[in-house]
Design a protein around this ligand. Structure first.
Ligand code: C2O
Ligand code: CU
Length: 544
């Protein structure tokens, strides 16, 4: 096994990913950051120097479970203190599972400022994957605003009526490139011929087969990715092999990763569109485009037809059916435990707390503490977060998910769920109507420190008497991020066997910021002494 060393300097730089010049948080001057390549069993070392003048940073390795190294998870307020300007933090972790993963800032809403990238973990030599291909490429999807993250965050936190929503993204980016319409004259420097916003070009040789690793780090948008005229065969999801299925286009939610197989088997005398479209919210953003370039055709020759517009944005069934179609590959089934020791019902609602719009789970809207939980729990700092646990359930019988909350009030808390080490936990994520009548949003939930089995999805209200009987215990896929469809539910199962403290939250940046998350603790007593370099903030002064 190898050790891969990287030196990253994080700084603000002017970037024009969609042709409009804007300050972005970059890694060594790049956004998205460099792709990390490694092989299963390798160790990755990333020396992160914070050169932001006045801003902290923390980087999360999304999908890497950090078994035995919970302090390397990079989650500010949960596993570490933020990295101060001028400071260097060395992340060091094992990549123990081949697959496609991502990394991104995990501090405030910093991810949306540009600090994100991909992690590609290859299988060890001699290992046979259940599919073959000639070449592979990575495609990172994102949404992008011209407003700064601070402007976005301030709008969300304002009380009552002054809630200022940033609105739909200005652009959709494919590998960090999009195209804002400069003729809209919104001010600022917009130059449609800037090479920084030249469309991403995927060159293929006619007749060859490609593995595309596709990931989404969007702040808000659920996306649909399509390659004009080509079908895609889904073969991997979140680092696990999928029983292959063919799609015309792929729905992908923030925090998810997939591998698809693409055959360059169409008319090789022309180029084709790569298209990223918003789904599940009424689109206010033009299609994000790139080019599938057939080798031999002039690179700059754009398709003459319009790019694909994707499925109907509000066709929930279309997306639901794709979620349900994802199963473990028959030769790579890891069976879930047949029963769970604990069932946690999490109702997802939009609420108001003292006039401020928030998202809540079982009527508790989550706030991060200033002393990271990991340090607080390990070192018995009992005064730094609410010690009473949050509720395991809500009023399952009488809560009407189809109407806005009758009592929209919620409480804010930083309390956490303590799981018995080694126990099997079921979580039912139940979606509901928002504060607006006839409205329910899509929420991609991401669990740190684990993969979980996806046991089932439903539309409407989960029925604890009948729905568990329909769980897929035969070939459920393991994932780290799963979607909850509008007015639907999603059931997952995992084993609480990774000592540490782990965030579980909606991957929409503003939703987590507005309280849509919880935290699990398990087996912290099994950990040895915590490294000092994660400490220094709040009550975790060195030596505490
Ligand atoms: Cu990719 Cu806690 O997030
Ligand atoms: Cu959400």
């Amino acid at each position: 096994a190898k050790v891969h060393h990287h030196k990253w300097e994080i700084s603000y730089q002017f970037k024009s990913p969609d042709c409009l010049k804007k300050l972005a948080v970059t890694i060594n001057g790049q956004t998205p950051g460099p792709t990390i390549y490694a092989t299963e069993g390798d160790t990755v070392v990333i020396e992160v120097k914070n050169s932001l003048l006045t801003e902290n940073v923390a980087i999360h390795w999304h999908g890497i479970r950090q078994i035995g190294t919970p302090w390397m998870d990079g989650t500010e307020g949960v596993t570490q203190c933020p990295i101060l300007p001028g400071d260097t933090f060395v992340y060091r972790f094992l990549v123990d599972q081949a697959g496609t993963y991502i990394y991104h800032a995990h501090y405030g809403m910093q991810r949306s400022a540009g600090l994100n990238g991909m992690i590609v973990v290859k299988v060890p030599d001699g290992f046979k994957e259940p599919f073959t291909y000639d070449h592979e490429h990575s495609i990172l999807l994102n949404d992008w605003w011209h407003n700064s993250t601070y402007e976005q965050a301030a709008g969300l936190a304002l009380p009552g009526k002054q809630f200022t929503w940033v609105g739909e993204p200005h652009s959709l980016l494919i590998n960090g490139r999009g195209k804002f319409n400069c003729s809209l004259n919104v001010g600022g420097t917009c130059n449609s011929t800037n090479p920084e916003c030249a469309p991403y070009m995927l060159t293929v040789v006619p007749g060859k087969t490609y593995r595309l690793r596709i990931a989404s780090v969007t702040s808000l948008s659920a996306l649909n990715f399509e390659i004009e005229g080509h079908s895609l065969t889904v073969v991997e999801a979140d680092g696990h092999y999928v029983d292959p299925f063919v799609v015309k286009n792929l729905n992908i939610y923030s925090g998810e990763t997939y591998s698809v197989i693409l055959k360059a088997d169409q008319d090789p005398t022309r180029n084709y569109w790569l298209a990223s479209n918003v789904v599940s919210r009424k689109p206010g953003t033009p299609t994000g485009t790139g080019i599938l370039h057939y080798y031999g055709v002039p690179r700059g020759r754009l398709p003459t037809n319009a790019p694909p517009v994707g499925p109907l944005w509000n066709d929930t069934m279309y997306r639901f059916n794709q979620s349900v179609a994802i199963h473990a590959h028959p030769s790579f089934i890891e069976s879930p435990p047949s029963k769970s020791d604990r069932m946690i019902n999490l109702l997802n609602t939009q609420n108001r707390v003292n006039g401020v719009m928030r998202w809540s789970i079982n009527n508790v809207s989550f706030d991060l503490p200033h002393t990271p939980y990991l340090i607080a729990l390990k070192n018995n700092l009992n005064n730094v977060f609410e010690q009473r646990p949050p509720p395991d359930t809500y009023d399952v019988k009488s809560y009407d998910i189809f109407i806005p909350p009758v009592n929209p009030n919620a409480t804010r808390s930083n309390s956490i769920y303590k799981l018995e080490y080694g126990s099997v936990v079921d979580v039912i994520l139940q979606n509901a109507n928002t504060l607006t009548a006839n409205n329910s949003e899509t929420h991609p939930w991401h669990l740190h420190g684990h993969d979980f089995w996806v046991l089932g999805y439903g539309l409407g209200k989960f029925d604890p008497a009948s729905d568990p009987k329909r769980y897929n215990l035969k070939n459920p896929i393991l994932k780290n991020t799963v979607v909850v469809h509008p007015l639907g539910w999603t059931a997952i199962r995992f084993k609480a066997d990774n000592p540490g403290v782990w965030a579980f939250h909606c991957h929409i940046e503003s939703h987590f910021f507005m309280g849509m998350g919880i935290v699990f603790e398990e087996g912290v007593e099994k950990l040895g002494q915590l490294p000092k370099f994660i400490m220094g903030c709040g009550e975790s002064k060195l030596g505490n």
